[in-house]
Design a protein around this ligand. Structure first.
Ligand SMILES: [Zn+2]
Length: 707
């Protein structure tokens, strides 16, 4: 026989409202129904919240790409954000959480280009106008899928304020930002060596290049017999663009050559090579003599700037050798490499060929090998912007949690390079200058997300025809943002300096860098590697609350989260435990399952006083833990109290008792547990609350937070 006091088959308590209360919690029958209830209530919109709410709490979702699908990173991030927002709403804040999506320039353009390829055409055949139309059609049809998936997560975002980074008002905001910088003289066009994706036919930033280990060969050779030094390289095809050989100033082997200049004939191509000294050269790599190719290496282009060297482009934007390469003109880079080696070997110039493993740059979007080459691009000067962002942290205008991210934040800003803001794409914000074909880097527009989502810089018109307070006036600056570390520099830092420059205020007061979700054995989760886990499948199997609770219970903020399905098994068991506690209490108390009038502390029995005090302590603890982003501690405190103190001890000990004080205590413990657990497990707590016979109740969503 079962000893579980909540097991219906052994329970002698058959109360009126227990009849239609199933013995097990069914998330599938509950979640969509409850979400609809919340939507219909309108309470996700701050203006619909009742009562005088003098304090506001505002946050924005990190906008997912329109190409995106819900992954475990989103599931964790949005759960943590929802926990905070739900608590703040219950605490009486006027809460606003803005959802939306990012147009994701290169990522989205690639998806539609792949479709076109299947249809046997491409964007150039289609033409720019028709291609952009196709992009919008695609976005209308598929671009909202991820927002629907966010609904499955139970997020309490204000859907009436959903933003897209290419909405008409957002486009106006982006133009205003561009002009603002342009008028300050901070935007300029310049030739720079950029990471170039041949397939995407665009420049991409360092942060969008994946470095993948690759086995290759390292060649040591001389340009010609009469040149004194041998150089070492993995990319001999770029050597037609060499204008110097650099050695370390402390490398005694080469001191006598520094400052000498040579005219050489490298496989039929004349080169003029100067020997220079530069600290950037590693004397231990190869021969310690580096052929400097200013046009095809970002590092070499910096050496060239320091040493005033010429730059000769030898590879074109299609990764073919150009006219500067004599007999090699027209060859693909890979073909040229092979031919050069054969030719060098036949002339006896090769001294050494070694196996070598290096990190090869590949395009994050299409995996093509990245070429570094010179290109005319638009740049934004960032020195002064970086100073603003550094000052904001030093003066503690923005709090970064965990604090260990302050170091990398400062280092990055102190070493910031000018921002290449142009992309050779069609999908995106067109550079607002006469005759320009390029679009702006996607991050240029997402850098103003907290401002532009609130309608900056335009005012909204009130319904009476007079200007009412715009969202921007009412809700800016926001209170909080969260994201993972991978976009700390791409997004968060740029939001900070953009907000400060454009509004003279911080865009948010706190920034929480959450854990990265890894597989159980610590591997990166990736769909293409087959290590990804689909949160929607987990929701189908265990329910959203189990997923949310499982993730929160492991989110310490100090280390990455190693995800295993056991977390959801635990979450699901806990949901069922809660369900059965509530069912038991409702059956036991029947119609008298109400908020107790008051407890007479003087006459309260010791056992009741004890558990009520513990509950009070728990409420204080959980509140503080959520405020400090200690989600795991909060979840575990709740789990321990509800399962062990409340169910295993108190309920067990009071099974035979039926006095008013015990009944009141049971009701109080249940209601308070539901409230504290609501931010973590919103669906089941709301469903239980709706089933209790308690009078004058509101949605649990807007009940008062225990204090
Ligand atoms: Zn690419």
């Amino acid at each position: 026989m079962s000893t579980d006091p909540f097991d219906n088959s052994t329970s002698s308590l058959q109360a009126n409202s227990g009849q239609d209360w199933p013995t097990a919690y069914n998330p599938k029958e509950t979640e969509d129904k409850i979400y609809k209830l919340w939507m219909e209530s309108g309470f996700f919109t701050p203006e619909n919240l009742s009562g005088d709410r003098p304090k506001k709490f505002v946050t924005c979702i990190a906008p997912p790409n329109i190409t995106g699908e819900l992954h475990m990173g989103h599931a964790l991030e949005t759960t943590l954000q929802d926990i905070i927002v739900r608590m703040k709403r219950m605490q009486g804040y006027k809460t606003l959480w803005i959802p939306g999506t990012d147009h994701a320039g290169i990522g989205a353009q690639n998806v539609v280009e792949k479709q076109l390829a299947k249809e046997g055409t491409n964007r150039h055949e289609l033409g720019r106008e028709k291609f952009i139309k196709r992009m919008w059609e695609w976005r209308e049809k598929y671009g909202h899928a991820i927002l629907e998936q966010f609904k499955k997560m139970g997020l309490s975002v204000d859907w009436t304020r959903t933003k897209f980074t290419m909405d008409p008002d957002y486009q106006k905001a982006v133009e205003k930002v561009f002009h603002h910088y342009y008028e300050k003289g901070w935007i300029y066009k310049g030739e720079r060596v950029v990471n170039w994706c041949v397939r995407c036919a665009t420049a991409i930033s360092d942060l969008e290049v994946n470095y993948v280990p690759e086995k290759t060969k390292l060649y040591t050779f001389k340009y010609s017999k009469d040149f004194p030094l041998a150089i070492t390289t993995a990319q001999p095809e770029t050597k037609f663009g060499d204008t110097a050989v650099a050695v370390n100033p402390n490398d005694k082997r080469y001191t006598e050559y520094i400052g000498q200049e040579y005219d050489v004939n490298f496989l039929g191509v004349p080169l003029h090579i100067k020997i220079i000294a530069d600290e950037a050269v590693d004397p231990a790599f190869g021969t310690g003599a580096l052929g400097v190719t200013p046009a095809h290496s970002i590092i070499d282009s910096e050496i060239a700037q320091r040493n005033n060297l010429r730059s000769i482009q030898v590879i074109d934007k299609n990764a073919h050798m150009n006219k500067e390469t004599g007999p090699y003109e027209g060859l693909k880079v890979s073909q040229a490499r092979e031919k050069i080696i054969t030719d060098l070997e036949s002339t006896g110039l090769v001294e050494k060929v070694e196996d070598y493993e290096h990190n090869l740059g590949r395009c994050e979007r299409c995996n093509s090998v990245i070429e570094q080459l010179p290109s005319k691009q638009w740049f934004l000067k960032t020195k002064e912007l970086a100073q603003l962002a550094l000052k904001a942290i030093e003066e503690k205008q923005i709090k970064i949690v965990p604090e260990r991210w302050i170091g990398p934040y400062k280092t990055w800003l102190e070493n910031i390079r000018d921002w290449n803001i142009s992309r050779q794409l069609w999908w995106g914000h067109k550079i607002p200058l006469e005759g320009e074909e390029d679009v702006l880097d996607t991050w240029f527009s997402s850098a103003i997300w907290p401002l532009a989502t609130l309608g900056w810089p335009l005012l909204r018109q009130g319904s009476e025809g007079q200007a009412s307070k715009s969202d921007y006036e009412q809700y800016y600056p926001t209170d909080f943002i969260t994201s993972d570390r991978s976009i700390l520099f791409l997004w968060q830092v740029r939001m900070i300096f953009s907000g400060l420059e454009l509004t003279s205020q911080v865009p948010f007061k706190e920034m929480y860098i959450h854990a990265t979700v890894l597989t159980k054995d610590g591997k990166r989760m990736s769909k293409s590697l087959g290590t990804g886990v689909n949160p929607l499948e987990l929701i189908e199997k265990y329910g959203t609350d189990a997923l949310r609770f499982g993730l929160a219970s492991q989110s310490t903020g100090l280390q990455d989260l190693r995800f295993g399905e056991d977390l959801l098994v635990m979450g699901k068991k806990f949901a069922n435990k809660l369900w059965n506690i509530a069912r038991y209490i409702q059956m036991k108390l029947g119609e008298s399952c109400q908020w107790p009038e008051r407890f007479d502390l003087e006459s309260l029995k010791r056992s009741n006083l004890d558990i009520l005090e513990k509950m009070e302590q728990l409420a204080k603890e959980v509140t503080k833990q959520i405020e400090n982003y200690s989600f795991a501690e909060a979840a575990n405190s709740l789990y321990h109290f509800i399962w062990h103190e409340f169910a295993d001890k108190y309920i067990e000990e009071t099974k035979e008792k039926d006095d008013q004080e015990t009944r009141d205590t049971l009701a109080y413990l249940l209601f308070t547990s539901l409230k504290l657990l609501h931010p973590f497990m919103p669906f089941i707590t709301e469903e239980i609350y709706s089933r209790l016979s308690i009078q004058n109740k509101k949605l649990l969503l807007i009940e008062d937070w225990p204090s």
